[in-house]
Design a binder for this molecule. Structure first.
Ligand code: SAM
Length: 284
């Protein structure tokens, strides 16, 4: 674990986001072998480490002490000790502490090695069925209503898929604000309690999600990732030939409203846009 220059290595280790079995065997051996583990919450991480019989020394490194702790951890690394950085869940630094330590370690020429694994962001995106070739991770939206709406207003024209983290306290108001800033007809997926007992993945237009979540208090509990379809390019006619073809087929068997809804679900195009087109097709 020592580099050739005799200094230690900083490992950035991903841990499960719910299901303890999601830890990699490499992560387990690194956690068992390092001189110490810098954990966001040592009591929380003890559960994981006890589960796997890992007895490495732990130190707390969280948002409130990261700068003070970093100096001591760098001294340990420089003296040849190796350290694993973990957070409460998922990948450290992804809306979690560690940025300052990693930056300082790299600036000081310490080897920083990733031990990849779970992250709620990638887990949600991978099952969303929304475009994944390009996406924007927005982390948590601002807590205050006006600041949140301002942020969403800036994002309303973003063409790439958008990913947000949200807590149970604000999931309803976040969805409502999304509807008011992005419109009712944006396809979205709400991934709740991923890898846990009450895992739920809801999908639909933003307005449908507001209805589903407000109607069922259980859907307001736990941890959430919200994946939202990007905006259609400004001014562009967002209805592709393929979307038109799908809509035409559906119109052969379904009433206009239903055909537009289903075509929007299949293609991700705006429902009201498809509804208008379906009406035009009906008149042809
Ligand atoms: N570092 C973590 C990661 O890699 O995903 C994220 C930490 S951030 C402090 C916690 C937020 O991540 C939660 O509020 C929620 O938005 C999301 N999250 C974490 N675990 C989740 C899960 N099991 N299901 C859904 N969202 C989750």
């Amino acid at each position: 674990m020592r580099s050739e220059d005799g200094r230690g290595t900083l490992y950035v280790v991903a841990t499960p986001i719910g299901n303890l079995a999601d830890i990699s065997s490499r992560a387990l051996s690194v956690l068992a072998d390092v001189d110490c583990i810098a954990a966001e919450d040592t009591r929380h991480s003890k559960r994981l480490l006890n589960h796997y019989g890992i007895r490495s020394t732990m130190l707390a490194l969280h948002d409130h002490n990261e700068r003070e702790m970093a100096a001591g951890l760098l001294a340990r690394l420089n003296s040849g000790q190796s350290i694993a950085l973990i957070s409460d869940a998922g990948t450290p630094l992804i809306c979690d502490p560690g940025f300052h330590l990693v930056r300082e370690a790299r600036a000081g020429g310490i080897r920083v090695i990733p031990v990849p694994g779970p992250s709620a962001l990638i887990s949600a995106l991978s099952v969303s069925g929304l475009p994944t070739d390009r996406f924007v991770f927005e982390g948590f939206l601002p807590v205050r209503t006006q600041a949140r709406r301002d942020r969403l207003a800036l994002l309303a024209g973003e063409p790439r898929t958008l990913v947000f983290y949200e807590s149970s306290h604000r999931i309803v108001s976040c969805l409502e604000d999304l509807v008011s800033c992005f419109g009712t007809d944006r396809q979205a997926v709400l991934a709740r309690e991923l890898t846990k007992v009450f895992e739920t993945i809801l999908e639909g237009m933003l307005a449908d999600l507001v209805r589903q979540v407000t109607a069922d208090p259980n859907q307001q509990k736990g941890e959430f990732v919200l994946v939202v379809h990007g905006a259609s390019p400004a001014g562009a006619d967002d209805i592709s030939a393929e979307t038109e073809r799908i809509l035409r087929i559906l119109l052969g068997d379904l009433p206009v409203k239903q055909a537009a809804r289903l075509a929007a679900k299949i293609t991700g195009s705006a429902r009201n846009r498809l509804y208008a087109l379906a009406l035009e097709m009906g008149r042809e």
